[in-house]
Ligand binder design. Structure first.
Ligand code: MGD
Ligand code: MGD
Ligand code: MO
Length: 769
């Protein structure tokens, strides 16, 4: 047996390998919490859902590009050898770029892929297509698109809010009261994009629970606050945080508790916002009575909270989830304004925190080294879409969308190439996506598993997991670097993304420039050496690559424990202005106002979501469904593993429901139900829970989409993927972010025989002719 280091988005481990099989993972550092996901990591490696051979969709193989796109997802596949698959792929790239130009290739390829600096799927695909003449790309992330666009206009970049986020230590030492809109969901802190060294958040929650500070979770779901914090809970209607924040601001204003000196020195535009707040512009003061009717929080509780905000060191915390909703820019803007009115931004443990516990790293001391990445090169064309507008683009070639002051024209996409992400997981309104997905001539997918994405492709190329290749993991936010050693041989005919693309590059005549003539080890050395030089420039010393590789891991001490988000700006706003147009916090933004979007004004304001619990007429879909991040896996990753499958109810994704909503519908704990609205329907398994606000359901993302009848449009998903229900609508024309957390449905008991789950087995295979 050998024991070797490995790492992934879920943690860092020592892997026990015997006779070419991984037996188990133990934590890299003794005593570290190994999440329930690690069993799934081992279990899924050679599970039946693994793609073992290259495969071509039958109609595409027989008819060529452009044939019967609507059979994507229902056609059988023909397994072929690598040469056949790569010849078809390179021929198709050649055909598309010569006939239609490179902008007809969509390789935005959004998604989380796997940990590792070298074998990072998107970096490889983007590098490849940049060398092949360019591609249509995507901007922003599903995670926080609205925040990425609004924050630089009014405050700073989203990235700064992460790396300068108040540390747990800072909160422990300084904060008296943390008000957490959307909670501090510890279920999300088990993972870190790119890996993490040691899980520290649970211990921090225990320490914080014993600290002087008090915590309040404002969220539709009680357990968005970890038990350890001993927090109080203020249930709120989904998507109504802006109204509550406005009422808090209103109370501060009319009781003369606003820090005017702070506003004068550090902000612009309060005088344009104040008349709106007081109702001078629209006749409606944004007071507690007004807000209570919208957000469902009792008036007395709003007033008491407002008063409490004026005492001691206060931290306004906002989860990323708040902005993944219709008008998701508004709660972020209003949260910034509220924190500015309290005047504590830049003080230790005070002001604003964004994304606490959204991933493991936020709140950890970060050495802030800049680690080298695979150079992606530059695109020769500049066609892009806001990431969540993919179905719009495919459905409307030549059509337009507005985005952050620009007008974007959708290219006519002939070919889609995806590696390291799963739009059938991440995109909203899968039934609409399916229609859009039928349009391109060719869909190419590099995947590990026969998930819905692979099933909806024409050319399917099997790739390795991190355990079948060598790489370097860098936990950017906690100072760990781990040697990801190849533990086993590739499963089936799987290959590394880089090697696949290198072979295609060879067919297109640019292998040498793509690989730079380097082997895997030479790439790793190069990445390490460049990182080492970079570290040297900021006075940090990294060992040689050989030393690191031999030892298996490295831990660097973190940066300052007290970070004071916006502290330098507070100390000297003239010397350290923000990168906003005024250099100050923009309560009113001339830039945003200048875009002339009627759904977004020059200052934050309440905007009613397109569907929500506060509608005057709830209509046929009276329940709000929150499709938050799953506890038992990472998005769709590991859904086929033991950990995720154990969490299912009669094989369906668990859906939490308030007992009152269930009783009213004759539903009991453990029942399978049909969840539906005008966009689609899925099955789910009910878990009753009083820790939900009545009227709210919770069905996490990530159950692999499994249509009862893949040939039928709008088929029932028998498994429980909430994106069959969500709407494909941008947050606003400003950022066009996904609005997944805005979604209304109805639920009924499902009394028919329960269909089997088939998505964890391979799709049907056939031969040609
Ligand atoms: N309803 C709803 N939808 C949501 C959200 C929500 O809150 N609600 N959240 C959104 C958010 S925040 C995000 S970030 C997205 C996440 O969406 P994605 O990141 O697209 O989801 P994953 O399931 O992580 O997809 C990664 C895919 O890459 C594959 N993969 C892993 N490693 C490799 C590799 O090395 N090479 C290749 N070729 N493939 C690999 C995996 O098998 C997996 O299928 O979902 C979004 N969708
Ligand atoms: N285990 C695990 N961890 C993950 C992920 C995963 O897939 N699995 N995904 C990672 C990714 S890609 C991301 S982007 C982050 C996402 O981090 P977040 O966006 O913060 O995560 P969510 O789980 O979608 O939402 C957190 C909570 O916000 C609450 N909420 C939703 N809408 C509203 C609202 O309108 N108002 C209020 N007040 N609360 C609301 C919900 O109750 C929900 O449980 O998580 C990361 N962490
Ligand atoms: Mo995300």
């Amino acid at each position: 047996m050998t024991v070797q280091t490995t790492a992934n988005h879920w943690g860092s481990y020592k892997a026990h390998v015997r006779q070419g099989r991984i037996e188990s993972l133990e934590p890299l550092v003794e005593g570290d919490e190994v999440s329930e996901m690690s069993a799934s990591i081992v279990d899924t490696v050679d599970s039946p859902a693994r793609i073992r051979n290259p495969a071509i969709r039958k109609s595409w193989l027989e008819g060529g590009p452009g044939t019967a796109g609507d059979k994507r997802g229902s056609d059988p596949f023909v397994e072929v050898d690598w040469d056949t698959a790569l010849n078809l792929l390179s021929g198709e790239i050649e055909r598309v770029r010569s006939q239609f130009g490179n902008e007809a290739i969509y390789a935005g390829s959004y998604g989380w892929a796997s940990a590792g600096r070298f074998h990072h799927a998107q970096s490889q695909v983007h590098r490849f297509y940049n060398m092949a003449g360019g591609y249509t790309r995507s901007v922003n992330a599903y995670s926080f698109a609205a925040a990425e666009v609004i924050l630089p206009h009014i405050l700073t970049t989203l990235r700064n809010t992460m790396v300068q986020a108040p540390s747990w230590y800072e909160i422990e030492q300084h904060t008296d009261f943390t008000v957490a809109f959307g909670g501090i969901p510890i279920k999300n802190a088990q993972i870190q994009n790119g890996s993490l060294g040691v899980h520290t958040v649970r211990d921090w929650m225990k320490r914080l629970g014993r600290s002087k500070g008090e915590f309040l979770g404002i969220s539709p779901i009680r357990d968005d606050m970890p038990d350890e914090l001993g927090a109080s809970w203020m249930p709120i209607r989904p998507n109504s945080d802006t109204a509550l924040m406005l009422a808090l601001a209103h109370w501060l204003e009319i009781n003369d508790k606003v820090d005017r000196a702070f506003l004068d020195r550090y902000t612009v535009g309060y005088e344009k916002f104040r008349p709106y707040l007081l109702g001078e512009t629209d006749g409606q003061p944004k007071d507690a009575t007004w807000a209570s009717a919208l957000c469902g929080v009792p008036v007395a509780d709003i007033l008491a909270l407002a008063e409490k905000l004026t005492k001691g060191r206060v931290l306004i915390s906002m989860s990323w989830s708040l902005q993944r909703a219709d008008h998701g820019e508004q709660p972020y803007w209003m949260g910034v304004v509220l924190a500015a009115m309290l005047g504590q931004m830049g003080l230790p443990g005070g002001g604003l925190a964004i994304g606490l516990a959204a991933e493991h790293g936020n709140g950890n001391p970060d050495p802030q080294l800049s680690w080298a990445a695979v150079p992606q090169g530059r695109s020769k064309i500049d066609t892009f879409i806001p990431v969540a507008r993919i179905a719009d683009m495919l459905l409307n070639p030549g059509g337009h969308c507005d985005y952050n002051g620009k007008r974007i024209t959708y290219p006519d996409i002939k070919m889609v190439h995806w590696a390291g992400g799963n739009p059938f997981h991440h995109h909203q309104d899968i039934n609409r996506l399916k229609k859009a997905w039928a349009r391109p001539d060719t869909v190419v997918v590099q995947e590990i598993f026969w998930n819905a994405l692979a099933r909806h492709a024409d050319i399917v190329l099997p790739v390795t997991t991190v355990m079948e290749r060598n790489d370097i993991a860098v936990a950017q936010m906690d100072g760990w670097a781990v040697a990801m050693k190849k533990l086993i041989e590739p499963v089936g005919a799987a290959r590394n993304d880089h090697d696949i693309l290198a072979d295609v590059a060879e067919r297109l005549g640019f292998r040498e420039s793509f690989t730079e003539g380097r082997t895997e080890t030479e790439w790793l050395r190069d990445l390490w050496d460049r990182s080492r030089q970079e570290a040297g420039r900021v006075g940090r010393e990294l060992p040689s690559f050989d030393e690191f590789w031999e030892k298996g891991s490295l831990h660097l001490e973190g940066g300052p424990e007290i970070r004071r988000f916006l502290g330098e700006f507070r100390d000297d706003p003239d010397a350290n202005p923000l990168h906003t147009p005024s250099g100050k916090i923009e309560i009113y933004s001339e830039t945003v106002a200048g875009f002339g979007y009627d759904e977004i004004a020059g200052h934050p304001r309440w905007c009613e979501p397109y569907e929500w619990l506060g509608s005057k007429d709830l209509g046929p879909y009276p329940l709000h469904i929150i499709s938050n991040q799953p506890k038992s896996r990472l998005h769709g990753q590991l859904d086929s593993g033991v950990g995720s499958r154990k969490s299912k109810v009669k094989g369906r994704e668990p859906m939490r429901m308030h007992p009152d909503d269930a009783t009213a519908r004759g539903i009991k704990n453990g029942d399978v139900v049909r969840v539906f609205n005008g966009r689609g329907a899925c099955l789910a398994g009910v878990i009753l829970d009083e820790g939900l606000m009545p009227g709210v359901l919770q069905l996490s993302t990530g159950a692999w989409y499994d249509p009862a009848d893949p040939e039928m449009a709008n088929s029932l998903d028998v498994h429980g993927n909430p994106n069959i229900l969500t709407a494909d609508r941008g947050t606003s024309r400003l950022s066009q972010g996904p609005s997944a957390h805005t979604c209304m449905v109805e639920v009924e008991r499902y009394d028919a025989p329960i269909p089997a789950i088939s998505v964890f087995d391979p799709p049907p295979f056939t031969t040609t002719g």
